[in-house]
Design a binder for this molecule. Sequence first.
Ligand SMILES: Cc1cc2nc3c(=O)[nH]c(=O)nc-3n(C[C@H](O)[C@H](O)[C@H](O)COP(=O)(O)OP(=O)(O)OC[C@H]3O[C@@H](n4cnc5c(N)ncnc54)[C@H](O)[C@@H]3O)c2cc1C
Length: 660
Amino acid sequence: MAQPRVLVVGGGLAGLAATMRLAELGVGVDLVSLVPVKRSHSVCAQGGINSVNALTRQQGDNEWKHFDDTVYGGDFLQHQPPVKEMADWGPRIVDLMDRLGVPFNRTPEGFRDQRRFGGTLYKRTAFAGATTGQQLLYALDEQVRRREVEGRVKKWEFWDFLAPVLDDAGRCRGAICQDLVTMQFRAFPADAVVLATGGNGLIYGRSTMSMVCTGSAVSRAYRAGAWYGNGEFIQVHPTAIPGADKLRLMSESARGEGGRVWVPRKPQDPRDPRDIPEAERYYFLEDRYPKYGNLVPRDIATREIFDICTTDGLSVEKDRLCVYLDLTHIPRETLDRKLGGILEIYEKFQGVDPRSMPMKIFPAVHYSMGGLWVDYERSASGGMVEGSPRNQQTNIPGLYAIGECDYQYHGANRLGANSLLSCIFSGLFVAPTLAAVAGSPGPAGSRLFESVLRREEDRHRDLLSRTSGTENPYDLHQELGALMTRVATVVRRNDQLESAYGEVCVLEERWRRCAVSDTGNWTNQNVVFTKAVGDMFPVAKLILKGALLRDECRGAHFKPAFAVPGITATDPEGKRREAQAWCDRFEANTRKWLKSTIATCGPAGTPEIGYQDVDTSLIPPRPRLYGLVGADVIEEVWKERQSQATGGAAGGARMAAAAT
Ligand SMILES: Cc1cc2nc3c(=O)[nH]c(=O)nc-3n(C[C@H](O)[C@H](O)[C@H](O)COP(=O)(O)OP(=O)(O)OC[C@H]3O[C@@H](n4cnc5c(N)ncnc54)[C@H](O)[C@@H]3O)c2cc1C
């Protein structure tokens, strides 16, 4: 009998975690990656990884609260069992990474140090300075190398996944990939294929993501029939350094260590920020959200920063939107020990020392909550059944997705430091599923692979022959990025989304007339990028269409036309009346829109949008206010309603506990 074999595409945290555990389970792995796995985007992750631990437990934290923070942060758009399972695994995962040698920061007593991240009141984030992703990635890489030496893993670095190969019954039997050095094509038969190919920020041109995050692999799977979930939910991180070439993240850990966001009360105050007295500074996040302060979830912090600059006109600079992120009150030694990695980035690209001068920052595209739709099997205890063939499987049997490229864990908004957890968790958790599948009736014969391989070769040849085309792929990419950033980030309007959809179709048409300047067949990056740009259009279209159709505000998706106004009355009776109306609208909106968007690729690449109910059976949805000043009356009215609905005091106490 043939040895069981799985093809893992992507060597970031998700792909390496899956590979490590598959090898442990005795399954052979082909690991394909566009870049050397140690250069995967995960290496850029800065701030940390979430999990409950002994120290947070002493403060009253537990796995259920981590789960609750995550679904509340995600505006309840995630199926809850996978999120619960992930939160339950958190402590085990961080312990495992510790044992694998990750140099997590320690307290003087030798415990793992923890910092606070957005959307929680607990210090639940373990970190290795401000280079946590790098340390985690290198630890997993070492384990995979060990298995490589044993012969269980074969790495294919600088290879591009081009297409899944499906048999006549629609089951994925492997994939076609291309060597980016020799430009040769190769078929990879496999018992199962798992995509761990990360996010797609490059669709927005400039973002905080690495330049390989084009989303090409996911787009190719989507065009082969895989569903795409919640595409319109794109995270814009509140604090990044604007740059002409790219946007560089200033991690949430800066605020987790006490960094404060502010603007001068006087618009464009020309003074050195250090000379502006406290009374003349506006710490708007702390003022508006005293409970969470600078650590409200990202969607909220981003909108507030955007608003203070655009609506209130309080941007620090006149010609460039930005606010101050201030660390200057924190001792230098602490900053160097805990945030050294990111402070060096600011110093290098801005030429200013953030230890002594407030940084100037503005929101930037950062993360894709949406991704390939994947399944799960719910366990009796409300989590997931380990080893179930459904876990992380796309709608194409035999094709799986894990890490940032799946849509499963973060709903409408991801909480900081939850992605590294979801990547490692989904990688570890999918392995027993794949091990069970591997070794089932073997892959179909070579005829199947031949036809897809020929098709991809023909496409490649066609691109190389387009020397007289009139369009430049790099220009088209910039146009696409500027358009998407303008209409599908912080604030969305239907008229703009609709016309942008038409403009993307025109760009896609123009792409068909692209010329490649390099026609060689050796390390031809020009043709690889041109293909990747072509792959961005189908995903851009599903993002725009999903956003256009979703007439509500949820997490990162904000349409002013459908925002529910806050309380304006000043007398107690008026406030209660408005709060009742607010809660009525919240309930109606939940009934109508608490659904995952599912895009399927129709003929000619047109996205067809459907919806799927969300399993919210463990924690009922509630208004997401984060202690906003003036909104306490809404919380009061909401709790009363829940108390009545769940049978008086007992129900009320349960809700109150969940909401703390
Ligand atoms: C600057 C920054 C800092 C962050 N900091 C944090 C943090 O502190 N905590 C946190 O929880 N999250 C953080 N995140 C998010 C987190 O880093 C990512 O979500 C996560 O690392 C994604 O991991 P992944 O394994 O899914 O994909 P990646 O690490 O992106 O890996 C993708 C892999 O797929 C391969 N690949 C892609 N396309 C193809 C193709 N066509 N063919 C073959 N291979 C392909 C790539 O080569 C790569 O190996 C941060 C994000 C950014 C942008």
